[in-house]
Design a protein around this ligand. Structure first.
Ligand SMILES: [Zn+2]
Length: 631
């Protein structure tokens, strides 16, 4: 292998330096600072086991959502049928339409008064539930409390997700008004919430969130509060091993907040549905707040848009069931990206193997319906190139009829899930020869280590610059080295640094997943940057009596205060970078013996994405971890 020229070697010592700075600071103060009483945060499982009989159709027929912009009472072009009728005829059994508020005066919604009544009336006539969309935005001029990340950064635009005034002003009030106006539910759109560049590296530590937490778990909160600067709060939580606990507490508070909104809506209509769009778990606690064991929260997930249901989709369904989350999981499909046949195929698979599906942007099935107007195929709101609305509607009608037939039959007569090539497998050699962790891979030990080519992108295509890993093990530790080539015109990109900074995933580097015993339930997650900084977390989704909520936003769930004690060094040239790591088994709670098989994957998080075992979805797809056999 090519080695870096000495003059170009850069060694990642930042993480070590940072740790020495932090620990003594809090360590010395430990005698005088009162301790946190981290009693467990109780998040009770609420499985969907008591579904209201009026909603039995949701699991029996699956939920088939059309997401449209306009209402349903207007006419479909060139016919006497209403837009709603056309959607119901095509087999949709739930419709989500937009409802706007006055951007100048958010206390008013002209649409709610002028439009909704006619649409509710039409929905009653058709017997289809009608949901109104609500946007959870970031661009507000009002002085709402701002989100502060555990990294210390105060967001410029994003609000604290627990700012009750904000939530009431933009969601609570409107949800109740919509329930009272007779609609059957709301869809809260949280995607805009994530548009801020802060990208949510953990639960909010704004003055209020931090203060409320300390008051709940310390009898001398004021002393603690005054001693820790706002910028240091995340580090302080980490030093006290409280990051996950803090995240659970915030998830519980968020759940309670939305519980309150749901109760007010369901006082007007006990069957009122509260759905959210974007990503399962993106706002921890939201699903439990919006749903109950009688009336589910509908998760309109956005990860499946371009390619249809993926391995992660089925994993998410399992996560909901095992975690006792009162939700139904619906993958979204993007009308622009699929031919009518492919689109219907994905919708059928989602309906059979998840809880239904939803079409975006289904307004494209109702407007510019012919093939002569180029605007009909414009991204992102248009249809698949060259298709008419009727092409889609016919295909969907046939698909929904077939779905009805299949659902009446035993599962073994359903079309089988598309099978992917099996996950990668490999033997891991014992370490023979020394390995010094210095970012230089010429040690004797690496010559006898097992070589793993990371040749796949996430979807099993061979692409991108050469990327190779070597792994070996001894009684104490796993040794991992990687050599990642850079594209000709690419420069090393490492904008984030520091210990346990989840934003390292945006850097050149690797993500490493190690699943002792191949449990698919508990695994270590490492992000190692090309400068040698390390984020490590023990992931235990669904553990602890149904706690599923990530302490970090963006569906990352786990305990970032878990530290593997890995020794890491990185180096680079302008053509490639190297990472060398020794990871002790001690903190895994399990040490392999010869013959044992563990799950694992190694990925490059920044494009060009590369994997050892292609995931066909997100890197956290435990079903797609490869198998490491210890020899
Ligand atoms: Zn906050």
């Amino acid at each position: 292998m090519k080695m870096p020229r000495n003059s170009m070697v850069r060694v990642g010592v930042m993480s070590l330096a940072l740790m020495f700075m932090i620990w003594p600071m809090f360590g010395c103060a430990a005698d005088t600072v009162p301790a946190l009483d981290m009693r467990p945060v109780l998040i009770e499982p609420e499985p969907l086991d008591n579904l209201r009989p009026e909603l039995a159709w949701m699991t029996k027929d699956r939920v088939r959502v059309a997401w449209i912009g306009g209402g349903i009472s207007g006419k479909f072009p060139g016919t006497d049928k209403t837009r709603g009728q056309v959607l119901v005829d095509a087999g949709f059994n739930l419709i989500r339409m937009s409802i706007g508020v006055d951007k100048q005066d958010r206390t008013k919604s002209p649409d709610l008064k002028s439009k909704l009544a006619a649409d509710v009336k039409e929905a009653r006539r058709l017997g289809v539930p009608l949901l109104a969309g609500l946007q959870y935005g970031t661009h507000h001029t009002e002085p709402y409390r701002k989100y502060r990340a555990p990294t210390g950064v105060l967001a410029e635009r994003s609000c604290c997700p627990l700012d009750g005034v904000y939530i009431e002003h933009h969601l609570g009030k409107w949800a109740v008004a919509i329930a009272e106006a007779g609609a059957d539910g709301v869809v809260i759109d949280t995607e805009m919430y994530q548009s801020d560049e802060s990208s949510y590296p953990g639960p909010c530590v704004c003055d209020d969130c931090f203060n409320v937490y300390l008051k709940a778990f310390s009898n001398d909160w004021k002393t603690m509060y005054d001693r820790v600067t706002p910028e240091e709060r995340g580090k302080w939580l980490s030093a006290n091993k409280a990051t996950a606990h803090y995240g659970w507490y915030l998830a519980k508070r968020l759940e309670d907040q939305y519980d309150g909104i749901r109760q007010r809506c369901q006082a007007a209509n006990p069957l009122f549905l509260l759905a959210h769009y974007h990503i399962l778990g993106a706002l921890p606690g939201l699903e439990r707040g919006l749903g109950t064991s009688e009336v589910p929260c509908l998760v309109l997930n956005g990860s499946e848009y371009p390619q249809g249901p993926i391995s992660l989709s089925y994993q998410n369904v399992r996560r909901i069931r095992e975690g006792g989350i009162p939700a139904l999981y619906l993958p979204g499909l993007w009308i622009l990206k699929h031919s009518p046949e492919a689109f219907s195929g994905h919708a059928l698979t989602s309906s059979l193997y998840c809880d239904g599906w939803w079409g975006w942007y289904a307004e494209a099935l109702l407007t510019q319906v012919g093939t002569d107007d180029p605007a009909a195929f414009k991204s992102p709101y248009g249809r698949f190139e060259g298709t008419s609305a009727d092409d889609f509607l016919k295909s969907l009608t046939a698909m929904h009829n077939r779905l009805d037939e299949l659902l009446a039959k035993p599962k073994d007569q359903w079309p089988q899930l598309k099978t992917f090539p099996p996950p990668s497998t490999g033997d891991v050699a014992r370490r023979r020869g020394n390995i010094t962790i210095d970012g230089n891979l010429d040690d004797a030990g690496w010559k006898h280590a097992t070589r793993f080519d990371m040749k796949w992108d996430r979807f099993g295509n061979e692409t991108g610059p050469p990327t190779t890993a070597w792994i070996c093990w001894d009684k104490q530790a796993l040794y991992v080295a990687v050599n990642c080539g850079l594209d000709d015109d690419a420069e090393l990109y490492v904008p984030s640094q520091g210990r346990d900074n989840v934003n390292l995933y945006m850097c050149d580097g690797i993500e490493l997943f190690i699943d002792p015993g191949k449990s698919a339930r508990r695994y270590a997650h490492f992000i190692i940057s090309a400068k040698g900084d390390v984020y490590d977390s023990m992931m235990t989704p669904n553990s602890g009596g149904g706690i599923y909520a990530p302490p970090n936003w963006n569906t990352i769930f786990g305990d970032p205060d878990w530290n593997a004690g890995a020794q890491v060094k990185a180096a680079n040239t302008d053509k490639e970078y190297y990472i060398e790591a020794r990871i002790p088994f001690k903190e895994f709670g399990s040490t392999p013996a010869a013959g044992d098989v563990w799950g694992a994957n190694i990925c490059r998080p920044r494009p060009p994405h590369k994997t050892w075992s292609a995931t066909y979805g997100g890197f956290h797809s435990t079903d797609r971890f490869g198998e490491l056999s210890f020899r």
